[in-house]
Ligand binder design. Sequence first.
Ligand code: 13P
Length: 254
Amino acid sequence: MSRMPIIAGNWKMHLTRRRAAALARAVAAAQGQADGRRCVVFPAFVHLEIVRRNLKGSNVQVGAQNCHEMKEGAFTGEISAPMLRDMGAQQVLVGHSERRHVFGETDARVAAKLAAVLANRMAAMVCVGETLEERESERTLEVLQRQIQALAGVLRAEHHGRFSVAYEPVWAIGTGRTATPRVAQEAHAAVRRLLAGILGAEMAARTPVLYGGSVKPGNADELLGQPDVDGLLVGGASLDIESFGPILAAAPSA
Ligand code: 13P
């Protein structure tokens, strides 16, 4: 089963409007007319509009890093899925490890956010992954199982094409410590087996599973070479076209 590679940049809480616009133009130029890979960037909410405008004419998608699960209401400081849709967001990251571990998002909350994104006809990229302590105590599989099982009540076959998973081991995020290709492949194969349990083997085989955690130009190739690694979700190295360009180029363009 061949799945089109996806290279995604999570810009987190970085950049100014001007720098976000310039980076968007550089990413659009680097992606060019490539139709053999997908590219998506996730700027901060306040930069969505300007990034969207600067990506116009390219096939690079723009997404948000988070959303609230309710469609509106007295939730000061929050942004809803309909607002994101209205803004032109095509994707939303759901359950990023920083949301789970810094902001205390539970599996149930992640599932509710996934439902909100899908109901608003955007694509969701759900992040899963274990902490260092969980890996060292051999609970990786148990954690992935719990995080994926929590999505079971929401995902249906009709969501195909609007749902991907990013495996991001927490110990590899922003630490410079990347999972070896073998460790990544093992976890990705497990994620796909778990997805098959709730979606069936055929849809699981068609669901993109991206790797994230200290991806750099020097390790992109090897990670993408693993059979179950369908793309990369890049943090730090996505903030600069000097590093994001070569990562994008590591995925086939036609
Ligand atoms: P780094 O690439 O900076 O480790 O971040 C990974 C990440 O969290 C992407 O969502």
